[in-house]
Design a protein around this ligand. Structure first.
Ligand code: MG
Length: 383
């Protein structure tokens, strides 16, 4: 309850202090107000097959479970997704259990997104990916009701976005070089997972193939501040441009000192989940990594972006391994951000949605309304 009150207070602060324009400025069409339709939520579990076994500091995996959602309303369909890498703590079973509790009858999809998300937070404390699956489907639906993609509703230029990184996991020199070659000509920046047994060797293996700028993500893998700082100075000489989550998520005093002394910007990932976490990270990190699956979706991601910028922090958008559904949702709101890591759908072999695409190293949404996705295979949505 304490968390809930804190969250509501933070939401109010963010909305008031930032003068966020009406959240859904365009979603007020008379045809929608007159509708007697009721939203119908359905879902289907789906397993993503990764192209390569993926190793980060801590563990390896070859698949990622997801739950896809659909909300039907007034002859339209909105799609959403919960991606569930094991470290997030949610499973297909826990997501479906949460979705079964949700009753969207009585809500209006375009007018009530803010209220619906507050209702979901009252329904359960955690389940952020399950909540994101509803938030994304609602945004898709609301955009379709208006006949506009969300980047247009937010008044953004869809091409004014940072290059997406392409992620290379901790691996043998041979595999690292192979993955680097795979990325050349398609991406303008790579992201290297470090915090393993021999980070310098990994970087040198990549540098034997390319001079592209690199981001590194230590996933909390460096335990000693001086060691982390020495590493960061070495990385800067190798053309690295930013560092994600260098040290354990709760070690904020050491991270704050590291950020102060670091020649590279330091971004929070594991240290941040939701809007309520942003303020305490000011002065600790240079910026934050916003992920839809951790922050409950597009509505809160948008508030986090605005609040972080108002605090003078940098902002990046990240993802899990996801289909083009959740990636397309993220692509609708990252114009103007500092960095992007939206390669999730490019790392899987069985993407079941058509949506935002890689163009000249950037993930660009299409001009279809909502989040701009459509299923490319039969999906067995049910309850
Ligand atoms: Mg990360």
């Amino acid at each position: 309850m304490q968390n809930r009150r804190h969250f509501l207070r933070m939401s109010a602060i963010a909305a008031a202090s930032l003068a966020v324009p009406s959240l859904l400025p365009a979603c007020t069409s008379p045809k929608n107000k007159q509708s007697k339709s009721t939203m119908k939520l359905s879902w289907t579990p789906y397993d993503l097959q990764l192209n390569h076994t993926f190793t980060i500091s801590g563990f390896s995996r070859k698949t990622t479970p997801v739950v896809l959602t659909k909300i039907e309303y007034d002859g339209l369909e909105g799609y959403g997704e919960a991606s569930l890498p094991p470290y997030l703590g949610e499973t297909q079973e826990s997501v479906i259990e949460f979705l079964r509790k949700v009753d969207l009858s009585g809500f209006n999809p375009s007018r009530d997104i803010e209220e619906i998300m507050a209702y979901l937070d009252e329904t359960a404390d955690a389940n952020t990916a399950a909540k994101a699956a509803i938030d994304i489907a609602l945004h898709d639906l609301a955009g379709k009701i208006e006949g506009m993609p969300w980047y247009k509703i937010r008044g953004m230029d869809k091409y004014n976005v940072p290059d997406t990184t392409f992620t290379i996991g901790i691996d043998t020199d041979e595999v690292v070089r192979e993955k680097t070659r795979e990325a050349l000509g398609r991406f303008n920046i790579l992201k290297v997972k470090v915090g393993g047994p021999d980070d310098k060797r990994m970087i040198e293996a990549i540098r034997s193939e390319t001079d592209l700028p690199l981001a590194v993500d230590a996933n909390q893998g460096w335990k000693d501040r001086q060691q982390a700082l020495d590493m960061i100075f070495w990385l800067k000489e190798q053309g690295i441009v930013m560092v994600e989550q260098p040290m354990p998520k709760g070690d904020l005093d050491n991270i704050a000192r590291l950020t102060e002394e670091s020649p590279l910007p330091i971004f929070a990932d594991e240290s941040i989940q939701r809007l309520a976490d942003v303020e305490r990270l000011k002065g600790v990190f240079s910026g934050i990594n916003i992920k839809l699956m951790k922050c409950t979706g597009m509505l809160e991601a948008w508030k986090m972006r605005n609040f972080a910028y108002s605090l003078g922090m940098k902002v990046m958008i990240g993802c899990m391994t996801e289909t083009s559904c959740a990636i397309s949702a993220a692509s609708q709101l990252y114009a103007g951000m500092d960095f992007a890591d939206l390669d999730g759908a490019l790392l899987i072999g069985n993407d079941c949605f058509d949506g935002a695409k890689l163009e000249n190293g950037k993930i660009i949404p299409n001009d279809q309304p909502g989040i701009g996705v459509k299923p490319i295979q039969e999906l067995a949505f049910g309850r």
